[in-house]
Design a protein around this ligand. Structure first.
Ligand code: GTP
Length: 806
């Protein structure tokens, strides 16, 4: 096999001979997935705020494990994991890349995730299949806004983690202050446990402050062994000189600091690990006599049970401190067997166990990518059984059977064919045409029928129209969009019947820009892209109506070839009041009317759910379609009408629509396409009957809703006034709190305070550069969708004008 993989293999073979041996340990040959016992597998993600140094750290790892022959640099566009053209052009990670490699006889499946908020789905789906994570922090910026977001994502999936405080070579870097910030801001998981102390020298004298870094940063003290690890011997950082820490050779200041740091580590460990208390008593309270191996074992226990977060420090860019992180991944992060079995249910909703040693295959498809040569590749994490090449798999949710034609071990953008994927491993499958992100795949003979929890996909908040340039582009567009949506489920596509435009929605301006690039670059479809707009929603203002429930009997008739046919629907429309998706779904399902004669469609944002979808067979006449096809046609018609609101054509939300009766007159109407159109027309008429009109000046009972974001802005104290004023004034935000920075002294120029606020998304377009301007480049922010809020009437007209252009 050509390419990176082959290069990696030969590099691995050669590395043992050519590379100067590391003083920490020598490299074993690369073990293949099949030969590695499960306790030596680590499925690990690298997570952090944008620019913390995830990719830089990953590139060093790949070099030290012998995967690459030279170190790739983000700034030169030469990295292995950021292989997409826009990633190299922009110097940022867009798609998560997975690379397996060997370190100390372990197999590490490493996923480098993006830090940019627009690509949060990449973090979400990686987190869903990971067993552990390395959180990279910038030692100068400390805990940045997006770090908090990815931390919460890791909390949601209960992913054990270690932290790497990077960029210790920069002025203003500090291990101590970063750890303090972690204690207060990265909550909901274990406590930070400092395992290393920075060594900073200026010339010959030690100038170590309280864990501070700087340009003289050259190594660390391992607080477990009390050895100094020095990277000065060799430029690429491949050789580490290890020597015992002594006051004579390293200075009494550094020695004393490390004694205190080790004491603090032992104390913190004894708070959360009973075995360390026993050992501490055995050694008469002398923490220096606790063997490093015991501390290592305790750190593993507390990392796995979520009580502790081992902390390391370094400067990846300067090639300092990365190998101990690789060691820590093996020593402290869980193997697949250490993790609780994944949550799985039967189609009826009953919990079904899924164990690693079950014989039948159970896998989760967590990502789909489009490979120009091989077509769609589905990335899977196998939770039980061994997936063999050529196996037939079934999707228990849809009953679809597909053949896993080829199994591939992926190496960023390169692949090696393999014969099987054993339980606990991550790899890619080709040949699956229907499988999408979040689908469960089982052996076709599996009787369990279990369905794994799917992957939460955030709703899109920006939208942009797209028109193919030529008729060839028009033909290619629909299959290209299908492939794009399959690859990236946070991209949504809708077709506007009225304007004939295709609408693409996504997570942000950059996300939509990259999606357009992909249409052109990967799928070779040329399109005229419209302006990026906020993806608004519409709903009925029930407060403006006499009743909180609309019941309408609506008939729809048409004449074809002189023959009249008719359908009549009874529709009930009610409000669903909830702030977020989960509440909406709960509200929708609990309010279900008893009895089977209904189609109930509930909406959660643009995420439509169908409950109790069983209408009594319409009429007693002979029909063209089966009862289930007719039921599906009614649902599709209603969903279609709900996807295009009467005010501006944005999807309707927070409504429950129940169809309690359908009567067909004439067999023509029993054609699914006719019934679908009739159901859509009836619902549109029912909505129009609410008094809604597309005219903003009339007494419209349709409300426009806009995405409202939870925003957290971090700025130096001196900018807090100007930023708060901007958020609350210009941006129509609601300031919730002004957090104190308890981790730094007042005169620390790197101290930050956090403004927490809710702000309409429309007011945040271009905020990154505005914030840079307001704070001389020192502020950063993160945002997450909080929910949808009503757009005040004074703004509706402006929005209508902007969108319609009149
Ligand atoms: N001084 C210094 N700069 C570093 C260090 N590590 C990374 N950088 C620089 O920081 C910038 C961002 O590094 P990346 O590795 O792309 O950061 P990232 O976290 O992968 O960024 P995204 O993937 O875009 O979220 C680059 O210019 C790096 O050269 C370090 O240890 N010291």
């Amino acid at each position: 096999m050509a390419g990176v993989f082959a290069a990696a293999r030969s590099a691995l073979a050669a590395s043992a001979l050519l590379r100067p041996p590391l003083l920490t340990h020598s490299q074993p040959p690369h073990p293949s997935a099949a030969s590695v016992p499960v306790d030596r597998i680590r499925n690990i993600g690298i997570i952090a705020h944008i620019d913390a140094g995830k990719t830089t750290t990953t590139e060093r790892m790949l070099y030290y494990v012998g995967y690459t022959k030279r170190i790739g640099e983000v700034d030169q566009g030469s990295t292995v994991t950021d292989f997409l053209k826009p990633e190299r052009e922009r110097g940022i990670t867009i798609a998560s890349a997975c690379i397996p490699f060997a370190w100390r006889n372990h197999r590490i499946n490493l996923i480098d995730t993006p830090g940019h908020v627009d690509f949060t789905i990449e973090v979400e789906r990686s987190m869903r299949v990971l067993d552990g994570a390395v959180c990279v922090l910038d030692a100068v910026a400390g805990v940045e806004a997006q770090t908090e977001t990815v931390w919460r994502q890791a909390n949601r999936y209960k992913v054990p983690r270690i932290a790497f405080v990077n960029k210790m070579d920069r002025n203003g870097a500090g291990l101590g202050k970063t750890v303090k910030a972690m204690e207060t801001r990265l909550t909901g998981w274990g406590r930070p446990l400092v395992c290393q102390w920075p060594v900073v020298r200026d010339g010959t004298s030690t100038i170590n402050g309280l864990g501070s870094g700087g340009p003289g940063f050259e190594g660390v003290v391992d607080l477990l062994s009390m050895d100094v690890l020095d990277w000065r011997r060799e430029q690429t950082g491949s050789v580490i000189t290890r020597s015992p820490l002594t006051p004579e050779s390293d200075g009494s200041e550094l020695y004393d600091q490390c004694l205190s740091a080790r004491e603090a580590l032992v104390e913190a460990l004894s708070d959360i690990d009973e075995r360390i208390v026993e050992i501490f008593l055995d050694v008469d309270g002398d923490h220096l006599r606790i063997p490093a191996a015991e501390l290592r074992a305790a750190l593993r226990r507390v990392t796995l049970n979520g009580k502790g977060i081992p902390i390391f420090c370094g400067a990846s860019f300067r090639n300092i401190g990365v190998q101990p992180v690789l060691d820590a991944i093996c020593d402290f992060l869980p193997c697949p067997a250490d993790r609780p079995p994944p949550h799985a249910v039967s189609p009826s909703g009953k919990e079904v166990p899924c164990h690693l040693d079950d014989k039948e295959v159970c896998a989760l498809a967590f990502k789909v990518t489009h490979d120009p040569k091989r077509g769609a590749l589905v990335f899977v994490r196998v939770y039980s059984g061994t997936l063999e090449r050529g196996a037939t798999l079934i999707n228990p949710a849809t009953g679809t059977k597909e053949r896993a034609t080829k199994l591939l071990q992926m190496y960023a953008d390169d692949y090696e064919e393999i014969a099987s994927i054993s339980a606990g491993n991550i790899a890619a499958v080709s040949g699956l045409k229907e499988t999408a992100t979040g689908d469960t795949l089982l052996s076709s003979r599996d009787k369990r029928g279990l369905i794994l929890d799917t992957i939460a996909i955030p709703p899109p908040v920006f939208v942009r129209s797209c028109e193919p340039v030529t008729s060839a582009d028009e033909r290619a567009l629909s299959s290209a969009l299908k492939a794009l949506v399959r690859e990236d489920p946070s991209v949504h596509v809708a077709y506007d019947d009225e304007t004939g435009q295709t609408l693409i929605s996504g997570m942000g301006e950059l996300h939509l820009e990259i999606t357009a690039d992909r249409l052109e670059e990967t799928h070779k479809v040329n399109c005229k892209m419209g302006k990026v707009n906020i993806s608004y929603r519409e709903t009925i203002d029930f407060d403006a109506l006499p009743k909180r429930k609309i019941v309408q009997h609506i008939a729809y008739d048409r004449e074809t070839f002189g023959k009249r046919s008719k359908v009549s629907l009874t529709l009930e429309i009610e409000p669903l009041e909830a702030w977020d998706d989960d509440q909406l779904v709960r509200a929708a399902s609990t309010k279900q009317t008893p009895g089977g004669n209904q189609v109930v469609v509930a909406l959660a944002r643009d995420n439509y759910r169908v409950f109790g979808a069983d209408l009594t067979a319409p009429t007693n006449l002979s029909t063209y379609a089966s009862r289930s096809e007719l039921n599906a046609a009614v649902q599709e018609g209603l969903l279609g009408a709900l996807g295009r609101g009467p005010l501006l054509g944005f999807p309707l939300t927070n409504l429950r629509v129940t169809c309690t009766d359908v009567t067909l007159y004439g067999a023509d109407m029993s054609h699914p396409a006719a019934l679908r159109a009739a159901a859509a027309a009836c619902l549109r008429e029912a909505l129009a009957g609410t008094g809604s009109t597309p005219d903003a000046n009339s007494n419209s009972s349709i409300l426009l809703l806009e995405p409202v974001m939870d925003v957290s802005v971090r700025v130096p104290e001196k900018y807090i006034g100007v930023v708060t004023k901007d958020v609350a004034g210009t941006r129509r935000g609601h300031v919730l709190s002004l957090g104190e920075d308890t981790t730094a002294s007042g005169d620390d120029e790197y101290a930050r305070r956090t403004v927490a606020a809710t702000v309409p998304l429309a007011q945040l377009v271009g905020y990154a550069s505005a914030l840079r301007g307001l704070t001389a480049g020192t502020g950063d922010f993160a945002m997450e969708l909080r929910g949808y809020g009503v757009v005040q009437q004074d703004r509706v007209e402006g929005i209508m004008h902007e969108i319609r252009g009149y």
